[in-house]
Design a binder for this molecule. Structure first.
Ligand SMILES: [Zn+2]
Length: 415
């Protein structure tokens, strides 16, 4: 008991200290500086956070401190329905629709729509065209060092699986939980896609045990050939007592075998175009609590943001507070659209995606440069705008719902 209390204290103190170190070592401009805890700063050895996470898992508890930072407004965690996702609700093969490639305005990369059932991805003309098309060299900002925990509500604990001199941000037209732009009939996305050339190094997002790597003995992951060659890592740390997995799909070849312990950043595979993939990319999933298709969460809320970038997570809900599926959301900066997304599709999709256990969101804008933005949703022609500030390494939460409809007063009959 006493040992348990000491362990909890050590976790809280160490995490607070590490978070303070991250804060103090960053953001030279005062504009977007995150909150600085007033506690004394403790010097933590380099690997201490890994030990902290390990202790958190072994103790069955969460490694996230539950204390609020000083000066922070109180955030009430949305109550989520219990996670009763059916396991392995795989996409039926006959439910896949082929679409022409779409150019991504930010990365310049090309869409990787799923191929129709039965088509051979490796010989598809689209894949050939993609391989022959010269791509602009991506210029990604460096990521903040993981784990990023400037706000205890955040859990940016994973490193990007692709190096910064390649595309290591999620394609923004086919984000987690969405069916693509303009009501495109894509399958609901359970992960994010990072398109790159075949052979690009794919790295472990965090330390852990490889529990699956496609091999001759295990050619298909969880009865789903659509994933192609796959590596799955069960991580050394968990979230609120629940295990975490990361999944890397459509690989050219794994570089690890099941049963191997890997460190964050270790090369685990070569990126490919296997399975139901219309072009070379890695499909990246984060699974929480259970290693199934129905237990994914939005990976961009778990990957360390870029330096001087943050994340907007939000809810689009109706007047009763119920999620509105597939709503179009626009992000404006200085009145000019910077990005668009759609809210998650939960209903009638035949699959299951999940809001984050912390944020309860149904849309996210990731990799947003620090600054002030307007988030805009239109409800039946009525435009709702919320102004938000994005700060480095932090998640900004916003909720949008239809404006109150003021009923015109009933005319009283003249007496
Ligand atoms: Zn994908």
């Amino acid at each position: 008991m006493r040992g348990g209390l000491i362990a909890v204290f050590v976790i809280l103190a160490a995490f607070g200290g590490f978070g303070a170190l991250l804060v103090l070592n960053s953001s030279p401009d005062g504009e977007n500086r995150p909150l600085i805890p007033t506690e004394a700063v403790t010097i933590i050895p380099t690997r201490a956070w890994q030990d902290i996470l390990l202790i958190g898992v072994q103790g069955g508890g969460t490694p996230v401190p539950t204390v609020a930072l000083p000066g922070q407004s109180l955030f009430v965690v949305p109550t989520l329905p219990p996670d009763t996702a059916p396991t392995s609700a795989l996409i039926p093969a006959n439910n896949v629709v082929v679409l022409p490639p779409v150019s991504d305005p930010i990365t310049g990369a090309t869409a990787t729509p799923a191929l129709p059932a039965g088509s051979d991805a490796t010989t598809a003309p689209l894949a050939t065209r993609l391989a022959q098309t010269p791509r602009p060299v991506p210029t990604n900002p460096p990521s903040l060092p993981v784990p990023v925990a400037r706000d205890p509500r955040d859990h940016y604990w994973f490193a990007r699986p692709i190096d910064p001199d390649r595309t290591n941000r999620a394609l923004n037209y086919y984000e987690y939980g969405t069916d693509g732009p303009n009501d495109a009939p894509y399958p609901i996305h359970h992960g994010i896609d990072m398109p790159n050339e075949i052979g690009t190094t794919v790295r472990a997002a965090g330390s852990g045990l490889v529990i699956f790597a496609t091999s001759e003995q295990t050619p298909i992951f969880q009865s789903s050939p659509s994933y192609g060659n796959v590596v799955v890592i069960e991580h050394d740390f968990g979230y609120q007592g629940r295990k975490l997995w990361t999944l890397y799909a459509h690989l050219e070849a794994p570089l690890v075998v099941a049963g191997e312990q890997v460190e964050m950043g270790q090369a685990i595979a070569l990126l490919g175009n296997t399975g139901q993939s219309g072009g070379p990319h890695v499909h990246f999933e984060v699974r929480l609590g259970e290693n199934t298709y129905g237990t994914t969460v939005n990976p961009v809320l778990w990957l360390a943001p870029y330096v001087n970038h943050g994340t907007i997570a939000g809810r689009v809900v109706d007047s009763r507070g119920e999620f509105i599926d597939d709503a179009d959301i626009t992000l404006l900066v200085g009145g000019v659209p910077r990005d668009v997304t759609t809210s998650y599709v939960f209903r009638g999709s035949g699959s299951q995606v999940n809001p984050d256990p912390q944020w309860g969101e149904n849309f996210v804008f990731s990799d947003v440069p620090a600054g002030v933005y307007d988030v805009v949703v239109t409800f039946d022609g009525r435009r709702v705008v919320r102004q938000v500030a994005v700060r480095e390494g932090l998640t900004t939460f916003v909720e949008l719902s239809p404006p109150e409809v003021v009923e015109p007063p009933t005319p009283t009959p003249e007496s």
